[in-house]
Design a protein. Sequence first.
Length: 292
Amino acid sequence: MAASTLTPQALLARLAALTSRKSGLDASLMLVQYSSPLVVALLLALARLRARAAKIPLGVQTAQAAQSSASAIGARTAVRVMPGAGVRRVAEGWAKVGGGIGEARVVMRAFQLLPYLQWLLSLHPHPLASLLRLVTAPHKVNLESPKTLPTLQALSLLAYAPLEHFAWLGSKGVITVSPTTLARASTWSCRFWAAYVFITIHQLRGTYVGLVRERRALARREDEKDEGAKADGRALAGKWMTWATDCVTNAAYLPLTLHWSTPSGLWTNPLITASLGTAAALSQLSAEWRKE
């Protein structure tokens, strides 16, 4: 939708459509969740700046100066105040909001296991037969099949989701497990997610090769004055936009999933996590916004 035609009513309708979709709502919440540490850091920096001006000179006469003479200039004293306390309270509250939204997104993902299972069944309508064929005749498995990478993606997500929620329920005391078991479940959950991201990046490389091929074919058609080339060009531009958005999303997810896949993490600064998560959220939100 062009910016000139985006009236307030149209904008409201677009926002309503965005947040009514589960993927659009999740992307919106993700943006608030991951940008929260950045907002908190800015608020705390503002509080520190205000605190630097804590000494304010005030014209208050001392008792000795008041007793001396009427023409004596009142000695100025420095009264220390504590500005920025309100800003710090806002920062603390915003941090809690971000944490609460993170918890809500985990609950929302609890129901994502069913679509993952449905995806796998769409690839293999007879999963037991497919599994039996894999076990009894692995040499007959066609690794070049277009189903291979999507199957690995579906399996990685089917492993990721239960482990994530097992760790989350354990952290809430619903499941009684040791802290070591919780840490392992959380780490392996992120490792399966990282595997999904790696496979997706590999697919994006193949998508790029296909788009380049389409662009060259379209250029030849334009040279031949093909009437349908203009419409196909607009469709190809949309494919490039989708590909670029997916690249940004997975480029942000890759270091994040690797960071969470190691017990000690790759960095200690939470603002790195916040920046990468915000980039992924903005990318996903832009993709959702373009949906009609």
